[in-house]
Design a protein around this ligand. Structure first.
Ligand code: AMP
Ligand code: MG
Length: 405
């Protein structure tokens, strides 16, 4: 057996970022930029008002109660043709460009409208008050995103705001996913003796998509060496990684193992964790001279989910240019229900639900049965508690929890 850390070194260390491409800014949410993004425009592009109110000359409004002439109304998107002179003002709406001559805005709440052309200002004004200056958010020439930065929803807003319509970025990986096992039924038909319903393909496809990848769903592959090899060789030409479920355990000599060993350079691992002990990692050379990783997950649903989290997800993130937070964050939590286990030299990943208490600490309790086939209790978890080797943890003990959501 190897430790989880050793397995992560092999798997994550064995994957490299793929070649960057040019991406439309609209498609950039959740992606990493592969080159500094330099602004060519200012945000805001001109001085404008931060509030609805009256554009004034601060020197005219040094005391409360001053009356001014109102020259007109300036809406956002419109430029005043006039200049504000002594004793004058303009009604102005948030985002509208400041009229020439004005150097402050008094908010509507601090003014009394006397008539369409007269206003009383009920508060002294300061120069620059309620004005958003050109370039206050972003200046032309600024590096708004360094190479390697993750673009979130606000990020695509910024890209749109500086008119960076095309960005050099890591692409969405195309990840092929297949499930193996003669016992699996996927089409909703009645179960025959010995059959079970497929769950991993559905679950892992969702996990791959949530990692920011495009899923190529290959379905369940039957027990046929030629067919599996042909499927894998074919999909390798049009994908960046392959995820398989099932057939990587020690007792297994099914077609997945035979075919993967033949066509790829595989490492069959046994990790000192529970669940998810077996894992296979391999590299497959494609006919277009790329080398793509294969993540061979165990078939037990909980094991496949946890090994995807611990090994495949961080590796896929690295391939998509992520350098930070490859792994999920962990939090020290308080154990609210006993976490029983036996000493076996492994870290146990216990499915838990955590909530922050009045003490500001995360409190966790298990979500139910912890077998590697028991996905229902796993589905209720928002974290995995890393229960160290030993006799388990008592109420009140501290435990490290990997937050899943
Ligand atoms: P394996 O890793 O292929 O030896 O499978 C281990 C266990 O997981 C067996 O009980 C399988 O029936 C079950 N299993 C394998 N693949 C799936 C799947 N796609 N969905 C649900 N259970 C599965
Ligand atoms: Mg199997």
């Amino acid at each position: 057996m190897i430790s989880l850390v050793e397995a992560q070194e092999i798997v994550i260390g064995g994957c490299e970022p793929v070649a960057p491409v040019i991406v439309d800014c609209q498609q950039m949410s959740g992606r990493v930029v592969a080159q500094d993004v330099v602004a060519t425009e200012f945000i805001p592009p001109f001085d404008n008002t931060a509030v609805d109110g009256f554009a004034v000359r601060a020197q005219d409004v040094t005391t409360a109660g001053v009356e001014l002439e109102v020259l007109g109304v300036i809406g956002a998107g419109h430029v005043a043709s006039y200049e504000i002179g002594a004793g004058q003002s303009a009604r102005i709406m948030t985002g509208a460009p400041m009229p020439r001559g004005a150097d402050a805005v008094v908010m509507i709440e601090d003014a009394t409208v006397l008539s369409p052309t007269r206003v009383q200002i009920n508060k002294p004004a300061r120069v620059g008050e309620a004005i958003r200056k050109i370039g206050e958010d972003v200046r032309a020439g600024d590096v708004v995103f360094k190479s390697g930065a993750l673009i979130n929803s606000a990020g695509i807003g910024v890209l749109a705001g500086i008119n960076a319509r095309k960005v050099m970025s890591y692409p969405k990986l195309r990840v092929a996913m297949l499930s193996t096992g003669d016992e699996l039924v996927i089409d909703g038909s009645e179960l025959k003796p010995g059959q079970i319903r497929e769950s991993n393909l559905t679950m892992l496809s969702a996990m791959i998509a949530a990692t920011g990848c495009e899923v190529i769903n290959l379905g369940i592959i039957e027990d046929d060496e030629q067919k599996l090899e042909a499927t894998l060789r074919d999909v390798a030409q049009r994908c960046d990684a392959i995820v398989t479920s099932g057939g990587v355990g020690q007792g297994d000599f099914d077609v997945v193992k035979i075919v993967l060993s033949r066509i790829a350079e595989m490492q069959w691992m046994q990790m000192a964790i529970k669940p998810a002990k077996p894992f296979a990692f391999g590299k497959l050379a494609t006919s277009d001279a790329r080398v793509i990783p294969i993540f061979g997950l165990p078939g037990n649903p909980v094991s496949s989910m946890i090994s995807f989290e611990l090994l495949a997800r961080p590796a896929l993130r690295k391939m998509m240019g992520h350098t930070k937070n490859l792994m999920r964050p962990t939090v020290r939590a308080i154990v609210d229900a006993p976490m029983k286990r036996k000493q076996d030299g492994k870290i146990h990943f216990m499915r838990v639900f955590g909530e922050f208490g009045d003490d500001g600490r995360l409190h966790v309790r298990d979500t139910g049965p912890q077998g590697s086939h028991q996905l229902a209790s796993t589905a209720l978890a928002n974290g995995l508690a890393l229960v160290p080797d030993g006799q388990g943890l008592a109420i009140g003990a501290e435990v490290e929890v990997m937050m899943l959501a």
